[in-house]
Write a protein that binds this ligand. Structure first.
Ligand code: HEM
Length: 418
């Protein structure tokens, strides 16, 4: 993630003024944010004439049918491109073609198609040159009534004359293959990439990044540990000021209910009060472990408490959301932490700076717990660590734009041994 992206906030007063100006601009340019698209479909090049040598495919393109001794129907996946400028431009066809005559052969790769209403032009890398026009095909290009689908049919495929001459030389063909070689058929559609909370939050994806963070470290092995539960669950919600900001933005737009969503079995916390609209989440605990270790010493106690469910913090007014799922609280001296599956869509709509990516879910060491000033209290079969200071880990940062070491909401862990 770019540092300018992280630096987009930090001066709330200035931001408020900027936000007001920005809202004015947004009003003038509704829906200007760009969304990521994926192309699905195929390009079929059929060379039935044997005049350009024996036709083969370069993977992942495939020969789906052989025609006579030399001809072939070659199919490949369509990728990328821009739809709707004429019909389509920059549409890529995966893999490539191979032409062979005896021991001589040549490869055509990096195929890129521009499709017009009556003509398709296929560029590619061949004969030591990059992105040269290889084929043209007169045919019929159509843009679907849904503007993001493209078809090219009845394409009469020909080699570009200069390329045909060079192929003749290279393959030692008797004649340059300038006549019609076969057909070109393209069918593709462009679909928006949607994140896993599109339905819940509706933020558009600009780009997708997988493996954004280092994976969570292994959980400690507790020797002599006993099973533990936490009937009250885990109450936590990242950072109260962040929730307040998100709720404030959303409630002003009449979308207060969408701001802080408890999903997958989580619920809204009842702390600090069940009436506080900015309260965080409660993650039910399904399993856990506790080891008292040396008697009389409280600082060597260890615990693992596995919470479940998701807290989704959604600010589609500012085009972003942040999610925390299945938090595991680890009490283990200086390695005490919150491990969780996190994800975020940092689009931002380009309003405060560059548009950010959707970072797909990953299990990470999200936060560090500082137990130095916290002494557990014991009841009958219960152990409680109250108000443990929490900071964002360097592994997870930047998360929700916060930097490593940012103090987050403190957490109270209360468990029962069985
Ligand atoms: C990826 C997009 C964005 C993220 C992740 C994000 C995140 C944040 C965070 C973490 C804060 C500080 C909250 C706190 O701890 O007190 C904040 C504050 C703020 N953000 Fe954003 N923001 C984003 C986009 C935007 C956009 C597009 C706008 C304006 C249209 C905006 C306007 C503001 C304002 C005005 C504040 C100050 C709020 C206050 O102090 O009450 N943000 N943002």
């Amino acid at each position: 993630m770019s540092s300018s992206f992280v630096a987009r906030r930090g001066f709330p007063a200035a931001l408020t003024v900027l936000a007001a100006a920005v809202l004015f601009l947004v009003g003038l340019h509704p829906g200007s944010a760009r969304a990521a698209e994926v192309t699905k479909g195929s390009v079929v090049i059929t060379i039935s004439s044997g005049k350009a040598g024996r036709v083969g495919a370069i993977s992942p393109a495939k020969v789906v049918k052989r025609i006579g001794k030399k001809g072939a129907k070659v199919k490949s996946a369509a990728k990328g491109g821009t739809f709707g400028e004429s019909v389509a431009s920059g549409l890529q066809s995966a893999g490539g073609l191979k032409l062979r005559n005896g021991k001589r052969s040549l490869k055509i790769t990096g195929l890129k198609l521009s499709i017009d209403k009556k003509l398709a032009v296929v560029r590619g890398n061949a004969l030591g040159k990059k992105n040269i026009v290889i084929f043209t095909a007169a045919g019929k290009g159509t843009l679907g009534s849904d503007p993001s689908s493209v078809k090219f049919t009845n394409g009469k495929l020909k080699l570009q004359k200069s390329v045909a001459n060079k192929i003749r030389k290279r393959l030692k063909l008797k004649k340059a293959p300038t006549a019609k070689l076969g057909t070109l058929y393209v069918s593709a559609r462009s679909e928006p990439v949607v994140d896993q909370y599109y339905e819940q939050c509706g933020v558009e994806v600009d780009s997708q990044v997988d493996n954004s963070w280092p994976d969570a470290g292994a959980l400690p092995t507790l020797s002599g540990g006993v099973a533990a539960t936490a009937s009250g669950g885990i109450d936590w919600g990242l950072k109260s000021s962040f929730r307040g900001y998100v709720y404030g933005t959303m409630v002003t737009a009449g979308k207060g209910d969408q701001a802080l969503q408890a999903l997958d079995g989580a619920s809204r916390s009842s702390l600090p009060s069940p009436f506080d609209p900015t309260r965080g989440f409660n993650f039910p605990v399904g399993s856990g472990e506790y080891a008292a270790n040396e008697g009389g010493i409280t600082s060597d106690d260890q615990a693992i408490i596995n919470g479940s469910g998701t807290g989704l913090i959604c600010n589609n007014e500012h085009h972003f959301w942040v999610s925390i799922s299945d938090p595991t609280v680890v009490i283990d001296g200086t390695d005490s932490r919150i491990v969780a599956t996190i994800s975020q869509n940092m689009n931002g709509g380009g309003i405060m700076g560059p548009v950010g990516p959707w970072q797909t879910p990953q299990r990470v060491d999200l936060a560090d717990l500082d137990l130095t000033g916290v002494t557990p209290t014991y009841g009958t079969g219960t152990v409680t660590w109250s108000d443990i200071p929490v900071t964002l880990s360097s592994d997870a940062a930047p998360f929700a734009t916060y930097a490593a070491g940012q103090s987050l909401d403190p957490i109270t862990v209360s468990l029962e041994t069985e």
